[in-house]
Design a protein around this ligand. Structure first.
Ligand SMILES: NC(=O)c1ccc[n+]([C@@H]2O[C@H](COP(=O)([O-])OP(=O)(O)OC[C@H]3O[C@@H](n4cnc5c(N)ncnc54)[C@H](O)[C@@H]3O)[C@@H](O)[C@H]2O)c1
Ligand SMILES: O=c1ccn([C@@H]2O[C@H](COP(=O)(O)OP(=O)(O)O[C@H]3O[C@H](CO)[C@@H](O)[C@H](O)[C@H]3O)[C@@H](O)[C@H]2O)c(=O)[nH]1
Length: 443
């Protein structure tokens, strides 16, 4: 099939590349000329494992094209996927201006029947709003169907997730349009769930809100465990063995970040508020997450009393491993808080340094290895559990740091291992390891 994908961000580019890989002819359209130029040269504008190779393979096979020209991009399209951003507005609701612009672009340039697939995460009712706008704006005689097809990929494993998803949700008013989208996706071999449009839109928000709830729940349990002497990892393992609960998304830490959970949880409380429903549970999930981001900072203040004049290392800046995405990364808030307390900060991330420079205060010193960050540091914040960071030998903290005081926001190290070293180690929902004598005069 001839498909156009509008927006080549984390969702659009992966969708376009994957659809071309299963045999469709795909034209990806973006307004960002630099991005399009990069993709034409075979360079992925985002860091996503496996994406660039697949992009080049399908470009060379003549199935994948990139353009900034909507007219050209839509000329042969039988189906257009919308994958532009829906960022949050000041009141927390979803900003639909990019979607509305794409509708204008389609209406201005399309003169044949079309199925428009909304992949972006949009509030319940938006697909019908898109259909109304299109019906108002397209040329006479042109028939447009709108299908909701929310995306569930995770950054850092988006290529894998696309080919190994748990389900593809298709929401449509007409079964013919739903059948076309099902047929397009058949080669993925992923189970398809067909439903009405509003339910499809809600499945996306409800899924993200539920996962965010799981994370805030385990973080609350962790905070209680920490005070009672229980171990949150054991608790999560024991809970997760119950199939009704499931073992995934029970990793305690410094809260969820990224481009989706923070924005989508807020948007869903707003969607509920619009119909006078106070979504108390979800508001608490958000509040717990905001508090959790301050957890390590509070630990450090409690540990040292005065932080001014100290030197800190921050290991990991991206909101999660295997991505260069810095949207709503905990590291941003943590670096700001450290600087505000008069701490000198050296930060390292294996991949996200360039994106981090744009959002992290410039007083933070960016360094090119964990060793440089840790050299002469009074303490370290482990913020992102990159494999490279998890593999730093515990002995290296002793060797490189002024005082090996670790605050691990992602529980990267097994306590059994930590206890073998002369280290002071604070993590989330687990007992601290306080080898005071060995560490010397830090306390
Ligand atoms: N990032 C994720 O992991 C993820 C996962 C599932 C769903 N989503 C949802 O998917 C949507 C896209 O998210 P993203 O992270 O890929 O966004 P993004 O910000 O990475 O990418 C959006 C792209 O759209 C382009 N664009 C904007 N207006 C355009 C126009 N009129 N024509 C052509 N291109 C245009 C931008 O230049 C940008 O490259 C959002 O609604 C998001 O909530 C994201
Ligand atoms: O047990 C866990 C799992 C995740 N996280 C944090 O939660 C955030 C989000 O992680 P993850 O869900 O793996 O990444 P995203 O790329 O944000 O993916 C989520 O958001 C996407 C956008 O809507 C959805 O498509 C995905 O299904 C959904 O998992 C990150 O900060 C993680 O550190 C935890 O703290 N504990």
């Amino acid at each position: 099939m001839n498909i156009s994908v509008v927006g080549t961000g984390y969702v659009g580019l992966v969708t376009g590349v994957a659809l071309s890989h299963i045999g469709h002819t795909v034209t990806c359209i973006d307004i960002d000329e630099m991005k399009v130029e990069k993709m034409r040269q075979g360079i992925s504008p985002i860091f996503e494992p496996g994406l660039e190779e697949l992009m080049v393979e399908n470009t060379e096979a003549g199935r994948l094209f990139f353009t900034t020209d909507h007219l050209k991009g839509f000329s042969k399209a039988e189906v257009v996927y919308i994958a532009v951003g829906t960022p949050e507005k000041e009141d927390g609701s979803a900003n639909l201006m990019y979607i509305e612009q794409v509708v204008k672009d389609i209406a201005a340039h399309v003169d044949h029947d079309l199925i428009v697939v909304v992949k972006s995460t949009v509030p319940v009712g938006t697909n019908h709003y898109v259909k109304e706008l299109l019906d108002d704006q397209v040329r006479e005689g042109v028939r447009i169907d709108v299908v909701s097809n929310p995306e569930f990929l995770r950054e850092g494993s988006s290529v894998y997730d696309t080919f190994n998803g748990d389900r593809i949700v298709i929401g449509a008013d007409h079964s013919e349009a739903a059948d076309v989208i099902e047929e397009i996706n058949k080669p993925f071999g992923v189970p398809v769930f067909k439903t009405d449009i509003k339910s499809a839109e809600m499945i996306k928000y409800a899924s993200n809100a539920f996962l965010a709830t799981k994370i805030s729940f385990i973080n609350e349990i962790a905070n209680i465990c920490g005070k009672l002497g229980a171990d949150v990892e054991s608790v999560a393992n024991g809970m997760g063995m119950d199939k009704r609960i499931g073992s995934m998304f029970l990793n305690a830490g410094i809260g969820y970040g990224g481009s989706c959970f923070p924005k989508d949880t807020k948007a869903l409380t707003q969607i509920a508020a619009n119909i006078d429903h106070d979504f108390e549970l979800l508001k608490s999930v958000i509040k717990v997450n905001n508090n959790q981001q301050a957890f390590m900072m509070n630990q450090a203040k409690e540990r040292f009393g005065e932080l001014a004049g100290k030197q800190a290392a921050v290991l990991g800046l991206a909101f999660k491993p295997n991505t260069d995405d810095m949207r709503e990364a905990a590291s941003i808030v943590l670096c700001e808080q450290l600087l505000n307390q008069g701490v000198a900060v050296k930060a390292y991330d294996p991949v996200a340094m360039d994106t981090a420079r744009k959002v992290i205060p410039e007083d933070v010193q960016f360094v090119s290895s964990p060793e440089e960050a840790l050299k002469e540091a009074d303490f370290v914040f482990i913020v992102t559990e990159w494999q490279e960071i998890q593999e730093i030998p515990l002995a290296s903290y002793i060797k490189w740091m002024k005082t090996p005081v670790l605050f691990d926001g992602r529980n990267c190290y097994a306590l059994k291992e930590v206890r073998k070293h002369s280290i002071e180690y604070h993590s989330i929902g687990r007992q601290p390891v306080l080898n005071y004598e060995a560490v010397g005069n830090v306390k």
